[in-house]
Write a protein that binds this ligand. Sequence first.
Ligand code: HEC
Ligand code: HEC
Length: 382
Amino acid sequence: MTFFWSSWITLFSFGCWLFILGVLLFVLKYKPDVEEDGTTGHEYDGIREYDKPLPKWWLVIFFGSIVWGVAYWVFFPAMFPAHWEGIATVEVDGETVPWTSKNELFSELESNNKIFTDNFEQSILVKADAAGATATLGTLNDLQATMRRSETPPADLQTQIDGKIAELAPYIEKLSENPNALKVGSRLFLQNCSVCHGSNAKGATGYPNLTDNDWLYGGEAQNILTTLHNGRVGGMPAWRDQIGEDGVRAASEYVLSLSSNNGSKSNGKLDQTLVAQGSAIFQQNCALCHDKDGKGMISAGAPNLTDTIWLYGGERETVRNTLRYGRAGVMPQWETKLGNERIMLLAAYIYSLSDKPAKATQALPVTATAPKAAAPAAATVN
Ligand code: HEC
Ligand code: HEC
């Protein structure tokens, strides 16, 4: 609350108290002349006025509310909250903290979350034969709580957290075969992820399709967990200043030639001179992230440029714009928003969506009958 509003409320409340106290004192002192028949002699429309004490019940409520007001003020940060926190407290994150509406909300969210986690452990993990995850989750929660609390966390804390997250991966595979886990996972997906990835998880321009087997950051359970916990930011640099508009055109032409999409009518015939120039530019500037053969690298989040799957589009002008201005798709982090248990359910759901049959053909040689399945699968090997 701003200083102005807390002053306003404080002064207004004190003003009311003083006014009421004044009225009370005035009434107590006031002694009207009483006549022999016990009345004050005033008479209004046949109703005569006595001088009798106030009813007990009324006085009890009157003084009761004054006591209530004072007690409230002592307990809660009602006036000048910056100076008086009140003596009421709530439990947040295992610590006793002063009552504020925010802390109360956190405390309630925590106890609701506890119900969810207990349920998760008993009715999902146990039934999916993944009860072993409980201990890891416990340690992970503790490590994350330490991380949140410490201003300068120890250097190896994040490594320990990452280690624990990696340990959860095998359980994701188990959960991905449990119908109950998938049901909750799909509901969580609709609530949190469908705005960007679509309700069928098939994505849109700039938002990857999560149902295919083409991954920017890898489709193994551990990759998906890391993506969800930490979020991701795509890092495709802008090239116009470095390689010039001519360079952009040449490199784009080469990218189009890499893609098996290159025969598509919308891009017309490729300019082979540009392709040859672009190839040199590519090896010099792009192979670092997209790999020499253009098949991408999950460590850089750089997409495979040789398939027909485009994140931003495979039209000539779109590819040129990608090169001119760069791209930086943002996948938010979910660790603090959803917690480890919900992330596990989501990861299991995503893992179950991805195109497993294509994954099985990974080891097979590329044949004319299954080029689509084999080409994207190669991206996960890199
Ligand atoms: C604000 C939009 C947005 C929301 C909400 C969002 N994502 Fe994403 N997500 C993205 C973008 C953008 C990328 C690609 C990042 C990049 O370009 O590097 C991405 C990437 C991913 C990837 C990696 C895909 C790959 O190919 O490696 C996964 C998995 C994923 N999201 C899952 C989820 C899940 C699960 C949720 C819900 C908890 C979610 N996303 C919510 C925007 C979003
Ligand atoms: C520092 C690493 C890096 C370098 C160097 C780099 N890229 Fe990228 N590139 C990326 C990343 C990461 C993405 C994905 C961006 C995102 O997810 O938002 C990307 C995306 C692209 C896309 C979009 C693909 C699609 O599916 O829409 C094209 C095309 C592309 N890069 C071409 C190039 C070319 C050509 C060069 C060299 C001139 C180059 N890149 C250099 C990292 C890099």
